[in-house]
Design a protein around this ligand. Sequence first.
Ligand code: HEC
Length: 211
Amino acid sequence: MRQLLLLSVLLLVLSGCGRNMYEQARFEEDEPSTFFADGTSSQPLPEGVVSRSRGAIDEVFFTGQDANGLLAEPPLEITREVLERGQERYNIYCSPCHNYSGNGQGMIVQKGFVQPASFHEERLQASPVGYFFNVITNGYGRMYSYASRVPPEDRWAIASYIKALQYSQTVPVTDLPAELREQLSSVPQGDQAGQNGETAQVAAPGEGADE
Ligand code: HEC
């Protein structure tokens, strides 16, 4: 009799250990709720809330666009340091497909992956910096999003570096500092101005490493 009692107590205790602790009542994003007056479980942020990571709240910074569309200027100060960071990140994350120079013939493409458009074609030359930020954030066609791997600050650095890379392919030789012009004149003829007449084809740092 005592054993039976013990058994039933044990059963009673054990039956309390369901999966309830794991499967607690919770709301999915934007799920309706009667708890709040506005009928949704996702409440707007209170005014003056402080962001743990800037991009999580500053929408323009995070999306690359404002009410007028894609940003033409990056929403942060572009220093040499930022561009160097962008170059480093670009070389790590983008060059395997887009190549160091941005011509779309990176190593993965040489091995058979879809070839992206060159960043130096007219349409992309004319695209604002926000466009590049947007593609890194959301992906584009067969290119997947880099949002989980590249934080927003670095996306702006990369996007700004791409604009610099584009500029590097069209800058008139006469605009170069004397020092660089000198370096250019020591490049064998045919490798420099060449195809673009008056413009210099300055190789991006790092290019050539895989040749
Ligand atoms: C694994 C290869 C790969 C990597 C790595 C990659 N891309 Fe791409 N990217 C592509 C391909 C392929 C396309 C074209 C997709 C299509 O047309 O379906 C593309 C398209 C783009 C476009 C749009 C071009 C257009 O035609 O409008 C931009 C901008 C771009 N990539 C930037 C980047 C940046 C910046 C990075 C690094 C953060 C990056 N990509 C990394 C393969 C890659």
